[in-house]
Design a protein around this ligand. Structure first.
Ligand code: SF4
Ligand code: SF4
Length: 337
């Protein structure tokens, strides 16, 4: 399959990926499985993160997410493996990428560089030689010790600011063994841990993280199952059930609601969200995260389809109203991360 679009957008079925990934690992035998699970796929390690929990933090962004939210601010995080992204407007047509590709996936078509997405495995050899950053490899396989090395460099900031480490995404719990290893290492070093999750994850694996996680940042996108499915690709039943179970296990939870005009800002949904969250144990606060146009810019940059084009940031009055609705149910709500 050849594509001349300006981004290599890998098409796959998430459910198929989960089943086959785990099946393939199990059939490979315990030694190979143990080795393989020692690595995670990470697309960014962000230093000085200020909106992902208390204090100054390092946020480790895992690659791959079982949801595909229309407003996603990191659409390049959704695919589960390392991925080649191509920005056509940066390409100076030097042709250096084609001979660098070990798979012979790149050719010239009508003056533009075309990449066969059925052959490309995201190895990144072409992005290493590209002089204009038209080709960027998103995501890398890393061991827990490599990630910990980056984390430990920032330890002084954690101590001074009451910060720590946040595991975010994509969806970290789509790589549960790697999450457990990192959380365990952070515990050993006395580092505060936060886990940012969409909640559409295996319940047992999620509950296993409770003894190692100081704070959960837990997303609720919509209370209506049909609308949830429309805007994220999945139903919300697992998400709501997992949140209740986490609360029941003594987890400390900060709920996060992306506040997206035309999607979930109506009074009915706000009231339903407030009613549900007020019944969950362990919730210490709720953040309303106002939609902003960075999502549109990101989708455009990678030539990905954006289905909320033209959506504006929410009005101050609607945010104030949302805070009021949450507070009317005894929830400590604020705007922003
Ligand atoms: S990422 Fe690797 S396989 Fe894909 S086009 Fe570039 S060099 Fe070829
Ligand atoms: S190496 Fe980069 S700039 Fe040169 S042709 Fe390939 S994509 Fe374009």
């Amino acid at each position: 399959m050849t594509t001349d679009t300006s981004v290599l957008y890998f098409i796959f079925n998430r459910e198929y990926w989960f089943k086959n990934y785990n099946f393939a690992l199990k059939s490979a035998g315990p030694e190979v499985e143990a080795l393989h699970r020692k690595f995670g796929t990470v697309f960014d390690i962000k230093r000085y993160a200020l909106h992902d929990g208390p204090g100054i933090r390092v946020t480790v962004h895992f690659k791959g997410c079982p949801l595909s939210c229309w407003w996603c601010h990191n659409p390049e995080s959704q695919y589960f493996g390392p991925q080649l992204l191509y920005r056509r407007e940066r390409c100076v047509a030097c042709g250096m990428c084609a001979p660098a590709c070990p798979k012979g996936a790149i050719s010239t078509e009508g003056g533009a560089m075309s990449t066969d997405s059925g052959v490309c495995d995201g190895c990144g050899a072409c992005s290493e030689v590209c002089p204009s950053e038209a080709r960027v490899t998103c995501g890398a396989r890393m061991s827990a010790s490599e990630v910990m090395k980056s984390i430990l460099k920032e330890r002084i900031f954690f101590e001074q600011s009451g910060g720590g480490v946040t595991l975010s995404g994509g969806e970290p719990m789509a790589q549960p063994e790697f999450v457990m290893e990192l959380l365990g290492e952070c515990r050993k070093h006395g580092i505060h841990t936060a886990l940012d999750t969409c909640g559409f994850v295996d319940a047992e694996s999620l509950l296993d993280t409770v003894p190692f996680t100081d704070l959960y940042l837990y997303d609720i996108k919509h209370m209506d199952p049909e609308k949830h499915k429309k805007y994220t690709g999945v139903d919300n039943d697992v998400i709501l059930s997992n949140l209740s179970q986490l609360g029941g296990r003594g987890a400390v939870i900060n709920v996060r609601v992306p506040f997206v005009p035309g999607v979930n800002t109506d009074e009915e949904n706000l009231r339903a969200t407030a009613a549900f969250v007020s019944g969950v144990r362990g919730v210490v606060g709720l953040n309303l995260l106002p939609y902003h146009s960075a999502a549109e810019d990101k989708h455009d940059r990678w030539s990905m389809e954006f289905r909320l084009r033209g959506t504006c940031a929410p009005a101050e009055a609607s945010l104030r109203r949302a805070v009021e609705v949450m507070e009317s149910q005894g929830i400590r709500a604020i705007t922003g991360g």
